[in-house]
Design a protein around this ligand. Structure first.
Ligand code: BTN
Length: 305
């Protein structure tokens, strides 16, 4: 009902009476008032008078009702430990494809290679549950697709000079703007779900913890709406999702990457490797040419240059 009330109020610059709302929506004026009170408590600025209601401003909070076409599948919560944990639980319980868990902050945000992802208020933190019935080896392609679509969104919609560093860190002028983490569960030969968690520094100050990081507000030079960013990204992501399992995903990643052609150092849990990043294979493994001419195929690790 809140979705409908906001839609009606949002479309009108005039005040709308409780009586009109109640007859359009088929609920009592008392119920309308109860919903309005909840919206006000959640941060909506609704001007109320004896003549009715007028929406003055909405908070930048990705409440489910802000996404009319996805309402059932968006789960917004305030501070959580990690959206990855909630997504895993929901996925195991059978939630639908493209369920999204989004939080305003995380107490135990998780990064790649067992690192912490500092998740103060102001950033955008979410995990998507994907059910794509694919063999597990396609996971690399889907991660590459996700990183490429997000980079494209940040470039085209926010004017950020974003590029992807292998495998899927998004940087602006060498400073980290977004990170991605994925987890999957497999049954037999097929993936039951693949969860992709994305952290974007939007209005938070990531440099407090990671000197080599930056926020979107800083690089786009303007105030950014997190709820709009999520909406634009999800629409773009879903629009071309059929590419995600094909080699086109890797081609899209190639278009936005800043790694290939550079001399790089790859650090894994127990190894370090140096050489030219010659290419990526059809599943996203990095091909490194060592000084000796030997080609190594790297499937995970931290990349430095
Ligand atoms: C990295 O670059 O190390 C990956 C960072 C991934 C962070 C996101 S924020 C939303 C989701 N929840 C988490 O705990 N981690 C991911």
């Amino acid at each position: 009902m809140k979705k409908e009330i906001l839609q009606i109020l949002g479309q009108s610059s005039e005040r709308i009476s409780g009586e009109d709302l109640s007859s359009i929506l088929g609920i009592s004026r008392v119920s309308i008032w109860k919903h309005i009170k909840i919206l006000i408590a959640k941060g909506y600025d609704v001007d109320t008078s004896s003549k009715g209601y007028r929406l003055m401003a909405s908070p930048d909070t990705p409440f489910a009702w802000e996404y009319p076409d996805r309402c059932e599948k968006i789960h917004y919560t305030e501070t959580v430990d990690s959206t990855m944990d909630i997504a895993r639980d929901l996925a195991r319980k059978g939630c639908p494809h493209l369920t999204v868990i989004v939080a305003s902050a995380q107490r135990k945000g998780r990064g790649r290679l067992d690192r912490t992802w500092y998740s103060d208020k102001g950033g955008l933190y979410f995990t998507m549950v994907l059910r794509l019935s694919m063999p597990p080896q396609y996971m690399g392609r889907i991660n590459f697709y996700t990183a490429a679509i997000l980079t494209q969104t940040l470039r085209e919609e926010y004017g950020a000079d974003a590029k992807v560093k292998w495998p899927n860190d998004i940087l602006v002028e060498g400073r980290k703007l977004c990170g991605m983490l994925s987890e999957m569960e497999v049954e037999g030969e097929m993936t039951t779900f693949l969860n992709i968690g994305i952290g974007i520094n939007v209005h938070n100050d990531p440099a407090r913890y990671e000197p080599n990081s930056v926020s979107l507000r800083r690089c786009s030079g303007r105030k950014v709406s997190k709820k709009e960013l999520l909406s634009i990204f999800l629409d773009r992501f879903e629009d071309k999702l059929d590419l995600a399992m094909s080699e086109e995903a890797i081609n899209l990643w190639r278009k936005y990457n800043s790694t290939l052609g550079r001399y790089v150092r790859i650090v894994t849990h127990n190894d370090t490797l140096e050489g030219y990043a010659e290419g990526v294979d059809e599943n996203g493994a990095l091909l490194i040419k060592e000084d000796s001419g030997k080609i190594d195929k790297v499937i995970y690790g931290d990349c430095f240059y």
